[in-house]
Design a protein around this ligand. Structure first.
Ligand code: FES
Length: 350
């Protein structure tokens, strides 16, 4: 009697087919023409064949997938994890054997021919008016006679030299403030957002302030690293939107969230990881430090914006009820201005 067959669906390619019980994910990928990398030929050494088994019911594919539809973690996978690290949700496709129906995602780094999305910024004349500005100050050194903490002395210097009053301080600034002031011999450069919030303090004189503009589309994400002083675009990078593994279009993703409790958290985590990687790529291209990135602006469709901010349940986009009429015309968002986000991140609907 021949071994039972299982259905396997690969994302984001959408390729599917029947494979015999006990076939490895790598074998299945090869049989179905799926782009899954391998350098060591399936020896569990290179780690290029990493895949993510998906959990849950996938009506679109007509199957239910679970991580245990692969055999338990194998010894070579354990060795690889100890030696090189392997995310908890990942398996090595060459050793993970199929024992049930499965939807499996091939992350971009496991694809041989991954798409490199390049989106150039359209440069045109703009008025440079950054919301974040740098202010150099000389701070009064503490003495036995002086009271007040380092922050108070810094605020006093900003008021004295720059007429900045009533400033708030981003809590991320405080833990390093004392070291920063001493490292700069009581001189510092302070990044102030909107003349109201201190978002960074650098020791001594510092004249680099960068910002990143992200355009988050349903298929691709583009980022442009800009010099906030000159307005120059220093680097551009793009990537596929990893949310594609939850659905090829926005409504499929909304539907995924509605059918998978906690799905919105997965969507938010996926796009944030993508943005974080792009920040790294952009800084590497421009030989810049992440610490100098003082502002992010994210432009996206309404549902993408909520998934980026993680602050609003996107399923409301599709619900049809009197209280949440956004599933029918006229569509209304939960919020029209930027959703609440950390000080350095602004999000905008388009
Ligand atoms: S193909 Fe090299 S680790 Fe799987």
């Amino acid at each position: 009697m021949s071994a039972p067959a299982h259905t396997i669906v690969f994302t984001p390619s959408g390729r599917r087919g029947e494979v015999p019980d006990g076939a490895s994910v790598l074998d299945a990928a090869r049989a179905l023409g799926v782009d899954l990398d391998s350098v060591c030929g399936g020896r569990g050494i290179c780690g290029r064949c990493q895949v993510v088994p998906m959990e849950g019911s996938f009506p679109k594919h007509g199957l239910t997938s679970a991580a245990d539809h692969l055999i338990p973690f194998t010894e070579p996978e354990e060795r690889y994890r100890e030696r090189d690290g392997l995310d908890a949700d990942r398996r090595l496709g060459c050793h993970a054997k199929i024992c049930g129906d499965l939807v499996v995602d091939v992350p971009p780094e496991s694809q041989i021919h991954r798409q490199v999305v390049r989106k150039e910024a359209d440069a045109h004349a703009i008025e440079v008016d950054p919301i974040v500005r740098l202010h150099y100050v000389e701070v009064e050194e503490p003495t036995l006679a002086s009271t007040g903490g380092d922050l108070e002395r810094l605020l006093a210097a900003l008021e004295r030299d720059w007429d900045l009053t009533g400033l708030d301080v981003d809590p991320v600034v405080l833990p390093g403030l004392q070291q920063t002031l001493r490292a700069g011999a009581w001189t510092a450069t302070v990044a102030v957002r909107g003349d109201s919030l201190i978002t960074a303090v650098f020791p001594g004189f510092h004249d680099v302030a960068l910002g990143i503009a992200f355009d988050v589309g349903s298929t691709t994400v583009a980022g442009h690293l800009c010099d906030l002083h000159t307005g120059d675009v220093l680097a551009s990078a793009g990537s596929m939107n990893p949310q594609i593994r939850f659905g090829e279009d926005l409504m499929s993703r909304v539907s995924y969230v509605m059918m998978h409790p906690g799905g919105e958290v997965e969507l938010t985590a996926a796009v944030r990881e993508c943005l974080d990687q792009l920040v790294g790529d952009l800084c590497a291209q421009a030989d810049a430090s992440r610490d100098d990135v003082l502002e992010l602006v994210v432009v996206a469709t309404r549902s993408c914006t909520t998934w980026c901010s993680g602050s609003i349940r996107p399923s409301s986009v599709a619900r049809r009820s009197r209280r949440s009429p956004t599933g029918r015309s006229p569509s209304r968002p939960a919020i029209c201005r930027s959703p609440p986000t950390p000080a350095r991140v602004s999000t905008r609907c388009r």
